[in-house]
Ligand binder design. Structure first.
Ligand SMILES: Nc1ncnc2c1ncn2[C@@H]1O[C@H](COP(=O)(O)OP(=O)(O)O)[C@@H](O)[C@H]1O
Ligand SMILES: O=C(CO)[C@@H](O)[C@@H](O)COP(=O)(O)O
Length: 545
């Protein structure tokens, strides 16, 4: 058996890869876009509230049903040659399901109820709940939040559970399981309610020693502890183990052997670390797509303010995985693309290139600093280092001569400045960064972007040759679950993807960007003033205890 299946569920599509377990070569692949995409305005003409970002779980099943048989066919292999299957998923992407694992959105009476649908990581309907949770922790000297950057994000699972409790009791009543979408897929494949330690550790305030923080939940809502017990529990499976075996029913649907070993789900960005082979400390990996996640590994746990968190064994057994992030990166560039004038869209269409590519080309004609613009990239809030989804973006320096490509460039620079803030936080807390890796959909699509990042971070950046590092990581987990390699380390060494190239900083640009970063920093501190002060106070308080 020489192949593994890795399935990466992103924000806009799912990607199924068939990967050779000795060489990491991708033998077959199928990308399946989600039919309903991200639902933000209405369900069957019924308007939904503004900050909602929903998906239909049916689209995930289509990725399996359409993607797996086609990827296997493209690879030209027999299903018996497959050793195991792994899944990675965006997170916290939350499914509510009945006791048969059927999502409640499939029930006729809930067809237009937004709370019955999948709540995507970027769903901001739980902002109030996240703020309330933060306040309760603050009143308790911040006791539970140290390993989560001293913050609560509305992107996480528990605020979303609280949102259901406050706004959708009718849904909660019929919900047997509240699940990470990754766990839901794996549970559906093996027909058993299982939960992976990766998303559970990062998104639900859980750790292996203490379990869930029930004393915290009690203070949030009297009903919350029992809801967590009833609907979030399930057999725990750790990264590097086997979750179970493909059920007979799913084997028929997917054309795969019954009993095929299935790995526990891993968060998409975390999986990418395995795919690029960044499995040691002192390496920073940027997974750049709709959003960016900044991952590191370390042998100690440090309570770094403003990051998304740190969890033991979440990526490589024995090491703490650290995550920080920016909640709008590709999305921010898409926002600029939408504002491009007709003449630009026509030019792009005549030349058979995307508007992104056209804007990149035009932006590359300007030198560093030439646009006179500095932007703050908080159009979808700030994930790190302030963790406040209500913060908004800024654009400074507009004139009547400013063109859309200037703004596009300013946004690229702003996201790189945001990454520099994150890098500084890691370094300030003794997490030395010797190497920077970039993967995800963006690095290969936009060469200017990566040069800007190298110049602003003032570090060489190794770019993965694969756009699909998370799916490779998932295939690595599938291989290990199926016994194709004995250890994670062995599987990573055999299956990791090569680098396409390394982009080096240009010293002239580095100097210019150092002064622009000072302006970005001032904008950051000015616009994030209240949040920064609150975090400083919390941190002092925690340090005194
Ligand atoms: N040439 C480009 N330059 C910059 N951003 C791009 C380009 N083409 C697409 N994008 C952005 O890439 C994002 C999708 O990234 P990708 O990694 O493919 O998906 P996901 O984040 O769902 O895993 C979208 O937000 C889109 O706006
Ligand atoms: O938040 C996380 C990981 O914790 C990501 O799943 C989320 O940023 C979505 O990632 P994508 O940009 O869709 O790849």
């Amino acid at each position: 058996m020489t192949y593994a299946i890795g399935i990466d569920f992103g924000t806009a599509s799912g990607r199924v890869l068939i990967v050779h377990i000795e060489t990491g070569e991708v033998a077959g692949m199928r990308v399946v876009p989600y039919k309903s995409g991200t639902i933000t305005s209405s369900l069957a003409d019924k308007a939904i509230p503004h900050p909602f970002a929903l998906q239909d779980a049916k689209d995930y099943m289509d990725v399996l049903r359409a993607g797996i048989p086609e990827a296997v066919k493209k690879a030209g292999i027999h299903p018996d040659q497959i050793v195991g299957l792994g899944v990675d998923f965006t997170s916290s992407t939350v499914v509510v399901a009945d006791d048969q694992l059927t999502p409640l959105s499939e029930k006729e009476k809930f067809k237009t109820n937004p709370h019955a649908y999948v709540k995507l990581w970027k769903h901001h309907g739980a902002s109030k709940e996240a703020a309330d949770m933060f306040e309760v922790a603050r009143m308790n000297k911040n006791r539970w939040l140290g390993n989560y950057g001293y913050n609560v994000s509305s992107e996480w699972m528990i605020p979303k559970v609280m949102e259901l409790l406050n706004n959708a009791p009718e849904i909660l009543k019929e919900t047997a399981y509240i699940m990470e979408a990754g766990d839901w897929i794996v549970s559906t494949l093996i027909q058993e309610n299982v939960r992976s330690n990766c998303a559970r550790g990062f998104k639900t305030f859980w750790n292996e020693e203490d379990g869930f923080f029930y004393d915290y939940y009690e203070q949030l809502h009297p009903k919350l502890p029992s809801i967590i017990k009833e609907k979030l529990e399930g057999r725990l499976v750790k990264i590097g183990e086997k979750a179970g075996e493909l059920s007979n029913e799913m084997s028929k649907t997917l054309g795969l052997p019954a009993g095929l070993p299935v790995a526990p789900a891993i968060i998409d960005a975390h999986s990418a670390l395995l795919g690029v082979g960044s499995e040691r400390k002192n390496q920073l990996t940027m997974v750049m797509g709709t959003s960016t996640c900044h991952l590191m590994l370390h042998d100690e746990q440090k309570q770094i303010p403003g990051i998304s968190g740190s969890v033991k064994d979440a990526i490589i057994p024995g090491l703490f995985a650290y995550e920080a992030g920016q909640s709008a990166v590709g999305d921010l560039f898409a926002y600029a693309v939408k504002q491009a004038p007709n003449e630009y869209t026509e030019e792009a269409s005549n030349r058979h290139i995307s508007v992104h590519q056209l804007l990149e080309e035009k932006a590359a004609e300007k030198r560093a600093g030439e646009t006179g613009l500095v932007a703050l990239d908080w159009h979808n809030g700030n994930r790190s280092v302030l963790s406040d989804s209500d913060l908004s973006g800024l654009l400074l320096g507009l004139t009547l001569h400013t063109k859309i490509e200037d703004i596009y460039r300013a946004y690229m620079e702003a996201t790189a400045f945001g990454t520099k803030m994150i890098m500084r936080s890691y370094e300030d807390w003794g997490m030395q960064i010797d190497e920077v890796f970039a993967c995800g959909g963006l690095p290969q699509k936009n060469a200017l972007l990566m040069q800007i990042y190298a110049d602003i971070l003032n570090k060489p950046i190794h770019i993965s040759a694969s756009d699909y590092a998370p799916a490779i990581g998932a295939a690595i987990l599938g291989t290990v679950a199926g016994g194709g390699h004995r250890t994670m380390e062995e599987a990573v060494q055999k299956m990791k993807q090569p680098f396409l190239k390394t982009v080096y900083p240009i010293s002239e640009n580095v100097k210019i960007y150092q002064s622009l970063f000072e302006i970005y920093h001032e904008m950051h501190d000015f616009h994030g003033f209240e949040r920064i002060n609150m975090m400083k106070r919390l941190h002092e308080l925690a340090a005194r205890d």
